[in-house]
Write a protein that binds this ligand. Sequence first.
Ligand SMILES: [Zn+2]
Length: 369
Amino acid sequence: MKVFSASLASLASLASLAFPLEAQQIRVLLDYIDKPQFTLEVPDGGLIVTREEGELEVSSSSLLEVDEGMIFAAKDGRHFLWKGKPYRGRLEIKKMPDGRLGLVNSLEMEDYLYGVLPSEMDTKTWPIETLKAQAVVSRSYAYYMIGVDPMAPFNVGTKTSHQVYFGAAFEDSRAKEAVDSTSGEVLRDAGGAIMPGYFHSCCGGRTEDARELWSGAASQAVLGVSDIGACKKSPHYSWVTSLPVDDLENALKQLGYDFQPPIRGFLIGEFTRSGRVVSLKVIAQDGRLTVPTDKLRLVLGPNWIKSTKLTQIKSQGGRYLIYGNGWGHGAGLCQWGAKGMAERSINYKKILKRYFPKATIGNFENNGR
Ligand SMILES: [Zn+2]
């Protein structure tokens, strides 16, 4: 076991090391590094560590003292193991905007997508045209995020707030087929810009205008559409959850509302064009509160309010029964709808046209033209 360190004084020279992010690579923030030492494994192989003094090969499972600017690559293109999961590409220690050090996985875009697809969909059983649609959408989202700030220390995280990525852990042949057969394809808007490829699990019948959810010019082109009942087979199409009264009252207090319990009822009103509920009127003993539905969903969690497409909330035996349609924010591609369409023999290009009516499918490399 060896311990290596790079001094803080060397940061300036480390910054000049020639490891620019190439156009077709993406940086994924895997973790924050809160301890000065950590362990990286490369099964049956060596680890190449690049730091101020140059490259050094160390044995697998070395205990490494980390510092900003260090880069780790597995010998002979092998995968790393980080917290038991394999990763392609290389790992870099970068300073995050909040000053902490982050462990960033930098890898080829198409390799990244091999890992995203099985993390986001059932690549073993879902139709290949659905997987292809997801590949194009995920690629568009990733390139869009790179374009937002090309010099950022990372472009995306690993969770649903971006798109889920478990590294190479669940890669399979069908995910690779979907990525390879759509190689480089992205969604472009009328002006030729890469569109943010938003997606969600189930729209509940109609997708949301992205501008209802996010500001910025890019969201304007992602419009809400009907998906003609394609996602009706989803277990999330129509749902009801049963939430203890105390949990809901505590969530409202957490959001800063001051009211006299118990709550007497809820009124649902102010809908977006797609039928999602902008805010709820909560009737307490001492008056009414107006509560933004997305904020309540965030505090309670998506297992209780699966989407803001709510239809009814009623009290029953010390609990609230919450009824709604769909799962997720609702903008862009509806994954269950894309499955339903592929099962009706609709190909991925037509699926994408349904969910992104303003988009054309272009190639990343030739700028889509
Ligand atoms: Zn749908």
